[in-house]
Structure formats: structure tokens, C-alpha cells
Write a protein that binds this ligand. Sequence first.
Ligand SMILES: *[C@@H]1O[C@H](CO)[C@@H](O)[C@H](O)[C@H]1NC(C)=O
Length: 171
Amino acid sequence: MTGREALVFLIALAAASTLFITTCRADDPRVIHIQGKVVCTDCSKDWNEWVNGAKPLQGSKVAVICMDNNDRVVYHTMNITNEEGMFKLIVDRHINGKKLMVNGCVVKLVSSTHSDCNVLTDFSGGKTGVKLRSPSLVYQDITEYTIPPFSFTSPMCDDKDIDKPAQVNDD
Ligand SMILES: *[C@@H]1O[C@H](CO)[C@@H](O)[C@H](O)[C@H]1NC(C)=O
């Protein structure tokens, strides 16, 4: 190895270890941001419109519930969707001097203020709750998770199998 090659090697090594340190920090964020959307799905429409034409639902309550190793709830907070149906939940991991386990947190639907669209569906796991899997964004000590869209449906649709809608064939 020439002196120059050795230098390049050392720089590469330094870069790799910096990357390693950054990755470790990212696995241990101080603040978690969770964002997602809530829509209203209408079972009277065909499949395509049901899935793709769903309307944003304002005023829906969404919760994040965090458990410890013994399945005890150690943190719980809620927020409400805005006019675009979007919600944001901000969780500080330091609770009463202890650190929350990110993989012990579940995000789920709570309620809707719209009487014509207030039946919980399990689209994207909104009814059972979804765990935080891979972050959509990591910056400094904040880790952001984007949840796939949750949905409510109308009481009229309640007797249908709303969790596994049948494919409608128009042709
Ligand atoms: C609720 O959402 C608002 C607006 O996005 C945000 O500023 C606020 O911090 C959120 N509250 C919690 C508890 O996450």
C-alpha cells in the first residue's frame, strides 16, 4: 500500500465508523413523531372507489399506546385529524425517568365525530392497532413513522364484511 492508498483507506474507515455511530443514534431516538391519515370509506361504492376515492375524515381520534416488557401501559396519548384527515402524535421517550420501548407502542383508531362515518374498519390495522416498524425519516434525535391510511365506514356498511371487501367486477 502506498502512502496515498493508506490515507484513502483511513478516510474510508473514519467515514464508515461515523456512519455506524449515526446509525446507533438513530436506533435510539429521543422523540418519536408518528403521522398518518384517516379516511371515510363507503361500501355502497364499487371496490375501486371504495379504496381509492375515500374521503379525508376530520376530527377522528387516533391514539398511541406504549407498553413495557410486562404488557403494562406506560404511555398513552391521543390527537385529532385536521381538515385533510391528517394526524400527528409526538411522543417523548423519557417518561418518568424511564425510556419507552418503541416496539412496545401501538397506533390505533379511537373514534369519529361523524355519525355517518363512525364504524371502525381494520384497513391498515386501524382497529387492532399497528406497531411502529421502520421509520420513514430520521433526523437528529427525532425518528418519524408514517402509518398507512386508517379508515372508518358508515353504519350502513357495518353488516358487510368490511375488513375483507369483495372485489366488484363491473364488466
Ligand atoms: C397534536 O397535533 C398537533 C398538530 O399537528 C401538534 O402540534 C401536537 O403536538 C399534537 N399533540 C400530540 C400530543 O402529539
